[in-house]
Design a protein around this ligand. Structure first.
Ligand code: ZN
Length: 253
């Protein structure tokens, strides 16, 4: 009898933790920052894709280095490129929601904002959901980090919105900062628009990573140079003693 009870208890514990992953979450009032720093662990995230010719390069770098990432998808791009979405899923990466069309959600019109938020978050979810890993948590990252607490209130009253963690920011890769003769921080999209080399951009990512001792890295699968940088970044981070995790390992309490 005792054994039977403990098996039952274990089963219900396992079941509740599996469900808890998806159910007991909701949108925070503001962006969730400093997600995972200080643990000498790296969580890679790639925003704004899928982009044909670029996302595949990012995927092959991840595969060669046996690292999993999270792709924050713009759903209208996913609609156009289901084959890339299938590849992301097949190769074991997580999918996050980065809206339907990448608007600034924090500055929508008074009369239209609810309709737009529904389309940009909930309708986008319907498009990307089939490509998520079974049982993975739902993550949202706000385009341009633009958000408003009234959006959280609205979404948390919906079935799907109330299961989301978000809006999720990052620890590394959001800003450019010059210190003396070098970049102490870089952001890939800004690197390429300012014509930095891959190595110059890489240095900023490495310095910022060492400064905050790891965390969520933001990159974009928009330009091939980001994949080139990633091919150097992962082995260098491994050499420096960092290990790799995914957003599923991050705490959002
Ligand atoms: Zn974006």
């Amino acid at each position: 009898m005792k054994t039977k009870l403990s098996v039952l208890a274990l089963t219900s514990l396992l079941m509740s933790s599996a469900f808890a992953q998806i159910i007991n979450k909701e949108f925070a009032n503001g962006n969730i920052e400093r997600v995972h720093r200080g643990k000498n662990q790296i969580i890679l995230t790639f925003d704004d894709g899928p982009t044909p010719g670029v996302t595949e390069k990012v995927l092959s770098v991840l595969k060669a280095n046996q690292v999993k990432g999270t792709f924050f998808i713009v759903a209208q791009n996913a609609k156009r490129h289901p084959e890339i979405m299938n590849k992301i899923k097949a190769e074991g990466h997580l999918i996050g929601n980065h809206s339907m069309s990448h608007p600034k959600l924090g500055s929508l019109g008074f009369f239209s904002w609810k309709k737009v938020v529904k389309e940009e978050v909930l309708d986008a979810h319907e498009i990307i959901f089939p490509y998520m890993q079974p049982g993975q948590r739902f993550y949202f990252r706000a385009p341009h980090a633009s958000w408003d607490s009234k959006i959280s209130k609205y979404l948390n009253k919906t079935d799907v919105g109330a299961k989301y963690i978000g809006p999720v920011l990052w620890d590394i890769g959001g800003d450019m900062e010059v210190e003396g003769d070098h970049y102490s921080k870089t952001a890939d999209w800004a690197c390429w628009s300012k014509k930095l080399t891959v190595d110059e951009c890489l240095e900023g990512y490495l310095r910022e990573t060492d400064e905050v001792k790891g965390g969520v890295i933001l990159m974009h699968d928009l330009v091939s140079k980001s994949a080139e940088m990633l091919a150097k970044l992962i082995p260098e981070l491994k050499l420096r003693g960092y290990t790799f995790a995914t957003l599923e390992d991050a705490q959002f309490e």
